[in-house]
Design a protein around this ligand. Structure first.
Ligand SMILES: NC(=O)c1ccc[n+]([C@@H]2O[C@H](COP(=O)([O-])OP(=O)(O)OC[C@H]3O[C@@H](n4cnc5c(N)ncnc54)[C@H](O)[C@@H]3O)[C@@H](O)[C@H]2O)c1
Length: 252
């Protein structure tokens, strides 16, 4: 699919990887609907996309809230007159060991920590995919849905909630690719390794060194490298039902 003039929704589009994806796709002429929780940051991200010469709009919406997702997708379709793609990028972390004993004290991962991550990172992806696919079918629009999974889908210590959600997203990418192919909708994913974001920028040099020393390419990935993979999936019409691993050769 040629990205020029196509309408692409990016969840979690106001910072980090989502913002980099917006600017990358804007430079290719895509029309963007950025979905997130913070109006001020959304406005900044929209301005950055517009500065690259394309149309962009901001939508405040919690991807884990069914009513808000239904309403937002309907508004995007009305505002742009079409939907050709979605990046399910919004995500959160609530890390912790499931059971931990330190100095004789036992702590447990709370149900709230578990549920918050499942709600946003798995249920949110389901809700956005369902609503966008339904609208694309209704409008007879073809295109692609890209899900952001993670290297942690293989199982990462301290991330029982996050690993489960990201593995679920990877499995459902295959399910939805099979279910939606008949409507001309491809569904694929990207599983990033460790990527340079605001979060990693504030880490101590020793901690960063320890993290990167295990990566065969000896460095973290850049947000634009993830955005490049997302664009590749949109542009390559034979890519569906697969997860593109982008982790510098690291495998958990
Ligand atoms: N940064 C990495 O190294 C890395 C590695 C693997 C996977 N990922 C995945 O990439 C995606 C983006 O990560 P990031 O590093 O840019 O994170 P980030 O925290 O910088 O950005 C995530 C964005 O999602 C938004 N968001 C969170 N909950 C939301 C909700 N309920 N509704 C709408 N928006 C919501 C946040 O407001 C934020 O703008 C996530 O799915 C993350 O799991 C990141």
């Amino acid at each position: 699919m040629e990205l020029k003039d196509k309408v692409i929704i990016i969840t979690g589009g106001c910072q980090g990887l989502g913002r980099a994806m917006g600017e990358y796709l804007a430079a290719k002429g895509a029309r963007l609907a950025l979905v997130d929780l913070n109006q001020e940051k959304l406005d900044q991200a929209v301005a950055a996309c517009k500065a690259l010469g394309t149309e962009a709009r901001a939508y405040l919406c919690n991807v884990a809230n069914e009513e808000q997702v239904v309403d937002t997708v309907a508004r995007i379709a009305e505002d742009f007159g079409a939907i050709n793609g979605l990046v399910n990028n919004a995500g959160i972390l609530r890390d912790g060991l499931t059971v931990k004993v330190k100095d004789g004290e036992m702590t447990k991962l709370s149900l709230a920590q578990w549920q918050a991550v499942i709600d946003v990172n798995l249920t949110g992806v389901f809700l956005c995919t369902r609503e966008v696919a339904a609208k694309m079918i209704e409008l007879k629009n073809q295109g692609a849905i890209v899900n952001i999974s993670s290297i942690s889908r293989a199982g990462n210590m301290g991330q029982a909630n996050y690993s489960a959600a990201k593995a679920g997203v990877a499995a459902d990418t295959v399910v939805w690719a099979k279910e939606l192919a008949r409507y001309g909708i491809r569904v694929a994913g990207v599983a990033p390794g460790f990527i340079e974001t605001e979060m990693t920028a504030s880490m101590k040099p020793e901690a960063l060194e320890k993290m990167t020393s295990g990566i065969p390419l000896r460095r973290m990935g850049k947000p634009t490298e993830i955005a490049h993979s997302v664009a590749y999936i949109f542009e390559n019409d034979y890519y569906t039902g697969r997860i593109l691993e982008l982790d510098g050769g690291l495998r958990l």
